[in-house]
Design a protein around this ligand. Structure first.
Ligand SMILES: *Cc1c(COP(=O)(O)O)cnc(C)c1O
Length: 366
């Protein structure tokens, strides 16, 4: 069986280093808010080319705390509108509603799966305050255009980079375009911890301080609580392991890009629509998502031939029980995507011989 993603094998590549840093943290006797977190934050902000990085407990908190911090700083208030694509993972939307802000769902570009600048322009109302582009599946959104729209309309931009560590446009990385960006280091992401972790990157010092305080019970100074904060911290063991894995991220991205390039040039089955990519470095291929009108049949054919696939995502957020209030909304492009998308195996440890086999089997499908 060719698994969709072999996390065990990915982390086994670095097991000596990972075990060594875990021992270092165990022996240090210091498990939260210490040198490991400090070091990882510096390394990751340098990687993204931002002034600040704030480690938090997970990617959802990175999104939620950024919006919350903007509220605390008086830049947002209850009911303000946030524009986001309707086909995103539900976390992007949960962060908005958690803050009593109003998600304005818009149809994505159905070849890149990302926000379309013209659609965003049309969705702007007097209540719009934020654009939340999700760099879905690893492809960075059209950031120059979106930042231009934000500037013209005095809007904030929060990038959801959970799937796009290292993606770039003209060398400028995801996480450095918006006023702030949220990252997830969930184990299956391109830069994955061995547990939960997340981070915010920004160049805004005041925002960075507020997010850090919010994640630490609203406290910037011990026993002084200026805000009604929460507990959202990245622990020392996760930070240390992320520092190890960050060193290998660019090499892993290159393997993903090589696999994707093979799929793109060699899959030629007319029943399958391949993903569209603007520029090679703009996509880090967290997922390789094809479209087909025969998804169920194709997925079971692939499984019969020893190839595991997954669906990202089977149900649109506005069709989920969590958002019953939107059940009669119609986003026909997004809904069609949710019926057509299928993710093929892609990972830094996928054997090129297996890639050839996947391509052959897909091309033989009728
Ligand atoms: C994974 C993911 C998140 C949430 O990250 P967690 O670390 O699981 O909380 C948010 N947005 C997108 C697009 C994601 O893929």
């Amino acid at each position: 069986m060719i698994p969709f993603l072999n996390l065990q094998e990915i982390n086994a590549q670095y097991q000596e280093e990972l075990k060594a840093v875990c021992s270092r943290v165990i022996d240090s006797g210091w498990y939260l808010n210490g040198n490991e977190l400090n070091t990882f934050e510096k390394e990751f902000s340098a990687y993204c080319a931002t002034d600040y990085c704030i480690g938090v407990a997970n990617g959802l908190d990175a999104l939620t705390l950024t919006l919350r911090a903007w509220k605390e700083l008086g830049k947002l208030k209850d009911g303000d509108e946030v524009i986001v694509q309707a086909n995103t993972y539900i976390a992007s939307i949960l962060a908005i509603t958690e803050n009593n802000l109003t998600p304005v769902l818009v149809e994505p570009n159905d070849t890149t799966f990302n926000l379309c600048p013209n659609t965003v322009k049309k969705a702007i109302t007097p209540k719009t305050r934020v654009i939340l582009p999700v760099h879905l599946y690893g492809q960075i959104s059209p950031m120059p255009e979106l930042m231009g729209i934000a500037l013209e309309n005095d809007l904030l931009v929060l990038e959801d980079c959970a799937q796009a560590h290292g993606a770039a446009i003209n060398g400028k990385k995801a996480g450095s375009w918006g006023h702030a960006a949220a990252f997830s280091f969930y184990p299956g992401k391109n830069l994955g911890a061995l547990g939960d972790a997340g981070a915010v990157t920004t160049n805004d010092e005041e925002l960075a301080k507020t997010i850090r305080a919010l994640g630490n019970y609203g406290s910037a100074k011990r026993y002084e609580h200026k805000l009604k904060g929460v507990n959202s911290r990245m622990d020392e063991i996760q930070a240390a392991m992320l520092s190890v894995k960050l060193k290998h991220l660019d090499d892993e991205i290159k393997v993903r890009q090589t696999v994707a390039q093979k799929y793109l040039t060699e899959i030629n089955n007319p029943l399958i629509e391949l993903p569209v990519v603007d520029e090679i470095n703009s996509h880090v291929w967290h997922l390789f998502v094809i479209k087909t009108d025969q998804r169920k049949k194709l997925a079971s054919y692939l499984l019969d031939n020893g190839i595991e696939t997954l669906i990202h995502y089977p149900t649109a957020p506005h069709k989920q029980g969590a958002y019953k209030e939107w059940s009669n909304k119609v986003f026909s492009k997004s809904e069609k995507l949710h019926e057509q998308v299928l993710s093929l195996p892609i990972s830094p440890v996928l054997d090129y011989k297996d890639v050839d086999r996947i391509i052959l089997i897909i091309n033989n499908y009728k």
